[in-house]
Design a binder for this molecule. Structure first.
Ligand code: GDD
Ligand code: MG
Length: 340
């Protein structure tokens, strides 16, 4: 089955990391997010994908010169200006001349969703479009989707307040669509699939949804990005990727000095960790340095970032590319270091 993968957003919630790198090119335990997503889809029989690109498109194209990602043959549809989710689907489907049932996936969704089951359900119901749903505790940062007992979508409410959410089943960013859905998308301008197209399809009674409790995460915020890295390490997504007893992964081209304590740490290539450092639930992107005695928890260090000796970083610090944290600093609580 052919597919459209949405990877053209600005990744604002992952700034400053996404100033240099598009969100789906950020690594998850050493492999780009897009590659992990497509590898999983390939397991479910997806053979061809159109990447719907807009922001920093060259990084995707350059990284995969043979146009194969995770076993899937890819082509590219580069938007002249951001078209939003539905505009991007239409542009990509038209660019690739898709004329049969196709799959659409948000490129920041890492999951074990059973795509074959979703396609079978879509055909059984004769739907124009079918969404995968996933239960979450707090639906307010997602599309919330009440259905009737047959799976017909009654409404589609994008990012309601927590108290207004009619159910805890949310749009898992994975859709099966008929080409006729494209007629619901006005050509040329920005159109949101969540705010315009799905509500219209629901109104017409042609939108269905199927819940799936398999592993699922939207890796698009610092917290969820750290979460998916640690889930990959310990084997919640597939085979555990940790190479150390401490549920950690260290790239062979990186140096970790003696006496370092690691717990669920991902240390990508060309990194250095000095003696006595403590790293818990952290991701170090290529070339990052943690000097001796520093303590870093629940934080992401961008490419070439340096955390000075005996610093303490905690609870969601995101240090941008090549930023330096002075020795002895104490940072905690959603700190973002680095601008454009
Ligand atoms: N090509 C292109 N053009 N892609 C875009 C554009 C655009 O203008 N805008 C966003 N995207 C891509 C993003 O790169 C991402 O892969 C995907 O579309 C979804 O955008 P996000 O910005 O990650 O949306 P979200 O996480 O807030 O919400 C969406 O995903 C949730 C599940 O993960 C919505 O679909 C929610 O309804 C859903 O619950
Ligand atoms: Mg997202």
């Amino acid at each position: 089955m052919r597919s459209v993968i949405l990877v053209g957003g600005l990744g604002t919630r992952m700034r400053p990391l996404t100033y240099e790198t598009p969100k789906q090119m950020l690594p998850l335990v050493g492999v780009a997010m897009i590659e992990r997503v497509l590898t999983r889809l390939h397991d479910y029989g997806v053979t061809d994908a159109v990447l719907a690109l807009g922001y920093l498109p060259d990084q995707f194209i350059r990284a995969y010169p043979d146009d194969v990602i995770g076993g899937v043959r890819v082509t590219y549809a580069v938007e002249p200006s951001p078209l939003d989710t539905a505009g991007a689907i239409r542009f990509a489907a038209c660019t690739a001349s898709i004329d049969e049932t196709f799959l659409v996936v948000n490129g920041d969704v890492v999951s074990n969703l059973d795509v074959s089951r979703l396609v079978a359900f879509h055909r059984e119901r004769g739907a124009l479009a079918t969404l995968a749903l996933h239960p979450v505790d707090d639906p307010s940062r997602y599309g919330v989707v009440p259905t009737d007992v047959d799976g017909r979508v009654l409404a589609f409410v994008e990012k309601p307040s927590r108290s207004d959410a009619p159910t805890n089943l949310i749009n898992a960013g994975t859709y099966v669509m008929e080409p006729a859905v494209l007629d619901y998308i006005a050509p040329h301008g920005r159109v949101s699939v969540e705010r315009t197209v799905f509500p219209a399809l629901a109104e017409a009674g042609r939108l269905f949804a199927l819940a799936d409790v398999a592993y699922w995460i939207d890796a698009g915020t610092p917290r969820s990005y750290l979460r998916v890295n640690s889930d990959l390490l310990v084997g919640r997504v597939g085979e555990p990727l940790a190479t150390r007893r401490t549920d950690s992964w260290v790239h062979p081209q990186s140096t970790v000095e003696a006496g370092v304590a690691l717990e669920r740490a991902v240390i990508d290539r060309d990194c250095y960790v000095g003696a006595g450092a403590i790293l818990i639930d952290v991701v170090l992107l290529p070339g990052a340095v943690v000097e001796q005695g520093a303590v870093v928890r629940s934080s992401i260090l961008g490419p070439g970032a340096v955390v000075g000796s005996y610093s303490t970083l905690g609870e969601l610090c995101v240090v941008g590319a090549n930023q330096h944290v002075a020795p002895g600093s104490v940072l905690a609580g959603d700190v973002r270091l680095g601008g454009v």
